[in-house]
Write a protein that binds this ligand. Structure first.
Ligand code: Z5A
Length: 213
């Protein structure tokens, strides 16, 4: 088994990332691994404060550039105070969203310059790259239905239009086409047990180590 690594989960709202992230952490623990389960934006007390600034609706507008910088500010804090130390201790880190979310939401969704996002990503992440990314894909209407059945879409991004989420989904699918060895597409419209089976097949290859799954 690979000593440690960062596994990220991505997808539009309601895709089932949080549900699957908890399952992935248990899957790794059952194989004797130490695991940190975390999320973005957030993951540490300070990064969660940045999350609230980025997501809570307020009177003052947050433009797309500011939103992008807030995501990377939270990520820099998360990497410094949680992700890098955990990886250095030999722990696996399972993260509900990471930089692909910025590429999809701020890049494809809001139209923020993709090259600028890559400059920020290279500077903030440095050597830290996911060994494996599970992209939970499903029709936007189904994702929004699931998410809104659970909670009313009250944060700034959740209350975006369906066409915004269509751009985000298309952005994620383009990322998967561009990086097929890292980003693994799962059919998230399937029931949870089927999604878990799809994830297990990817994880088996991922944890073996010795290169990309
Ligand atoms: N954001 C950004 O813009 N840029 C960035 O760089 C980053 C984030 C990092 C917060 O993310 C917002 O931040 C997010 C993107 C933005 N805004 N939006 N949209 P978040 O991950 O905290 O929020 P979220 O995506 O809205 O989470 P969510 O709605 O909780 O979705 P989820 O985690 O993918 O789903 P879930 O909680 O696991 O499941 C939702 C419901 O479906 C729940 O009742 C489950 O029991 C059910 N479920 C799960 N799987 C299934 C299956 N397979 N079948 C049927 N039902 C299921």
């Amino acid at each position: 088994m690979r000593r440690a690594g960062l596994i990220t989960l991505e997808g539009i709202e309601g895709a089932g990332k949080s549900t699957l992230a908890a399952w992935v952490a248990e899957w790794l623990r059952a194989r004797g691994a130490s695991v940190r389960l975390t999320r973005e934006p957030g993951g540490t007390a300070l990064a969660e404060r940045v999350r609230r600034i980025a997501l809570e609706p307020g009177a003052e507008r947050i433009c797309a550039d500011a939103e992008t910088l807030l995501m990377f500010a939270a990520r820099a804090i998360h990497l410094t105070n949680l992700i890098r130390p955990a990886l250095e201790r030999g722990e696996w880190v399972v993260c509900d969203r990471f930089t692909d979310a910025t590429r999809a939401y701020q890049g494809a969704g809001r139209g923020v310059d993709a090259e600028w996002i890559e400059v920020l990503a290279a500077h903030v992440q440095r050597e830290v790259t996911p060994v494996c990314t599970l992209l939970l894909d499903l029709p936007v209407a189904l994702g929004l239905h699931r998410a809104r059945a659970r909670h009313a879409g009250t944060d700034r991004i959740e209350s975006e239009t369906e066409s915004f989420f269509q751009r985000v989904r298309a952005g994620y699918l383009a990322l998967a086409r561009a990086e097929p060895t890292r980003i693994h597409l799962l059919d998230a419209a399937e029931p949870a047990d089927s999604v878990q089976r799809q994830a297990a097949a990817v994880l088996e290859r991922c944890v073996k180590g010795g290169g990309e799954p």
